[in-house]
Design a protein around this ligand. Sequence first.
Ligand code: HEM
Length: 204
Amino acid sequence: MTHLPHVTLNLKRVCADTRPMYGLVNQAVADLVATEWDDATWNAIRTRAGIDEDRFIATHRYDDQVTYRLVEAASEVLGVDTEKILEAFGRHWILFTGAKGWGPTLDAAGDNLLEVLQNLDALHSRVSITMPGAQMPSFDVEQRDDNTLLVQYLSRRPGLAPMAVGLLQGLGERLGDPHEVAEVSASVSEGLHVHQFLASPSPA
Ligand code: HEM
């Protein structure tokens, strides 16, 4: 692997403890399955995951285990590996679930992938005002000479990097600035999960 410059970490932006997550992600799971498959498949997944709720509420908080159990169950029922499921959820959130209520917020964050990523921590901070106790991830971005973007994602939650890949891909598509996204490094230190992605403009 080529050596990649390290984007400066700002650990203070990521909280030091883990808390339940707002229902946005779980909602995307339910939404995607009901749209791309059907209600029967959604019911099979939530039953397998041992979840009573038929639908999730974006502004309620759910234990992270609910999300992980949903992803596992979806993987088993659909026969698709968990990474691909998480990636699809991320993309679906940006293009459909989140776009419904949060479209204007996303539009105001910038006109291209670089700009939105530069503004993403500020966007998450503003969202935290209406969602107290949210434990937002942190993103850093650096444009390289060859026009690729080196993106760093920091989270207290393990295992969500494929979802971040899907979110980045969906964001590029939404902006008409599509990128191919690949993870280039991953590490964990004192419970902080650090992933670097390389986003390359998709060939026209
Ligand atoms: C208007 C747009 C957005 C809103 C309202 C929003 C809001 C949120 C909320 C409420 C959470 C859950 C945090 C918690 O409950 O602890 C979250 C998590 C997350 N968001 Fe956003 N977000 C937005 C855009 C984005 C974008 C564009 C990306 C990436 C390209 C992104 C990446 C993530 C990731 C990866 C998580 C998972 C949590 C973690 O890693 O710990 N978000 N976001």
